[in-house]
Design a protein around this ligand. Structure first.
Ligand code: FES
Ligand code: FE2
Length: 439
């Protein structure tokens, strides 16, 4: 029955609409994990999360519990979080330092940081004459098939075949370039720890929302209006309001018509870039001091290039949403057909003055954290979408806004001028989804 359903999967995705089962069917979810999340490059974490040998961080890839660990050789390894003896999870904590080696809490088998067996207590007497010899690979913790990193951001793929990480990222690697280039030292470091939010909705609903330029001025209008009122009062009294008010008031001041003035660029694999919309270069003393550190590091011309990069959001399908100018990212970990974990991280620009970090922190707290009204309003929509799609009130999800009007050249679908709210990103994601699901 599953086979029959699978062979008709592509019928569930049309260029401009998608059948609701794609969001609600548990068998389709399992197949997505097998064919998408457990195959493609998935973001594990940042190298600075595991600075010392033995430092580890657990991470979910598809349905697989994994470990990212720094070895004595300074390399970052990604292993299945499972003991080869009787299957006990190796690390029950979310993160920590395992010391010189991993030691299973059940029967004390030990492993090097790269997963290779170190020792089994009384191995010679216990296993003499059996197939379990030291050189048997079944004695090792299993590694992810491929691990690679780009500018400190670590990815793993659980299959041996497929494109290289840089090929997979393609143009979307601008997310990491933009983030790191903004640091005078050319790299970022993680701020421990992250917010972890469980959404009662399918993982694709979150991703579709990330570049949905149509919703902010509706969904977040009330938040934006409240912030705008206070911002205007402060401006009246003092002449200028802190940038943090602008982060929220932009939701009210940028109307749907204005959103149409921005652009999305949609790439193969489902990746997508949304151009910038917020003014992030005020002429306050903090910003000017930061710009000086960039001039010292890169020179005037390069500094201008870096700060003029005009990106609001980069979506790296199927698991990452990056806001590089504000050093934030959200990693998507599907837990079930209607349950999704998002990890919300932010980063420090190495070598940048402290106020620039405070700006990133402000955005993190005001716009992306579970405490903000912005996030709460999105979460409520996600849950309501999942409820609606689970009903018999209709079978199709509609993605027709500006359909047929986008401009396609060299494999890139660009929204046409004045049509930034095109649903091209959703169409593009589902096109990639259908391609992955076919294989
Ligand atoms: S289950 Fe790990 S040592 Fe036995
Ligand atoms: Fe939103």
């Amino acid at each position: 029955m599953l086979y029959e359903r699978v062979s008709s999967l592509t019928q569930l995705v049309e260029p401009d609409r998608v059948h609701r089962h794609v969001y609600t069917d548990a068998q389709i979810f399992d197949l997505e994990m097998e064919r998408i999340h457990e195959r493609v490059w998935i973001y594990c974490g940042h190298e600075s999360q595991v600075q010392q040998p033995g430092d580890y961080y657990t991470v979910q890839i598809g349905r697989q519990p994994m470990l990212m660990v720094r070895g004595n050789d300074r390399k970052v390894h990604v292993l299945y979080n499972r003991c080869p003896h009787r299957g006990n999870m190796m690390c029950g904590d979310r993160y920590g330092n395992t010391g010189e080696f991993f030691r299973c809490s059940y029967h004390a088998w030990t492993f090097h940081h790269d997963g290779k067996l170190k020792n089994i207590p009384m191995m010679e007497s216990g296993y003499e004459g059996t197939k379990l010899t030291r050189d048997n690979p079944d004695c090792n913790m299993k590694n992810a098939a491929r691990v690679d990193s780009y500018r400190g951001f670590v990815f793993a793929s659980l299959v041996h075949d497929g494109p290289l990480l840089t090929e997979f990222l393609g143009h979307s690697k601008i997310a990491f370039d933009d983030m790191c280039d903004r640091a005078p030292m050319g790299e970022v470091e993680i701020v421990p720890n992250c917010f972890r939010v469980i959404q009662n909705s399918n993982w694709k609903i979150f991703l579709e929302n990330q570049l949905d330029a149509l919703h902010p001025s509706v969904t977040h209008q009330s938040t934006g209006r409240a912030a705008l009122e206070v911002e205007n009062e402060i401006k009246k009294e003092t002449g200028h309001a802190p940038l943090s008010y602008h982060m929220l008031s932009a939701f009210a001041s940028v109307t749907i018509e204005k959103w149409d003035g921005f652009q999305t660029l949609n790439y193969p694999n489902g990746h997508c870039i949304l151009t910038g919309y917020m003014g992030l270069r005020p002429q306050d003393p903090d910003t000017l001091a930061y710009e000086k550190t960039l001039v010292a590091a890169y020179g005037e011309k390069r500094k201008e290039e870096i700060l003029s990069t005009n990106i609001h959001h980069v979506l790296i399908y199927p698991g990452l949403s990056v806001q590089s100018p504000l050093q934030q990212l959200r990693a998507v970990r599907p837990l079930g057909v209607d349950k999704t974990l998002t990890e919300i991280w932010h980063f420090r620009l190495k070598g940048a003055p402290e106020p620039i970090y405070r700006r990133s922190l402000a955005y993190y707290n005001l716009v992306n954290s579970p405490a903000t009204l912005v996030n709460a309003d999105d979460l409520e929509n996600f849950w309501k979408i999942q409820q609606g799609l689970s009903s018999d009130g209709g079978d199709w999800v509609n993605f027709q806004r500006h359909y047929g009007r986008d401009v396609e050249k060299d494999n890139v679908v660009e929204t046409r001028s004045g049509m930034g709210t095109s649903e091209a990103p959703m169409r593009n994601q589902m096109k990639a989804w259908a391609e992955y699901m076919k294989t």
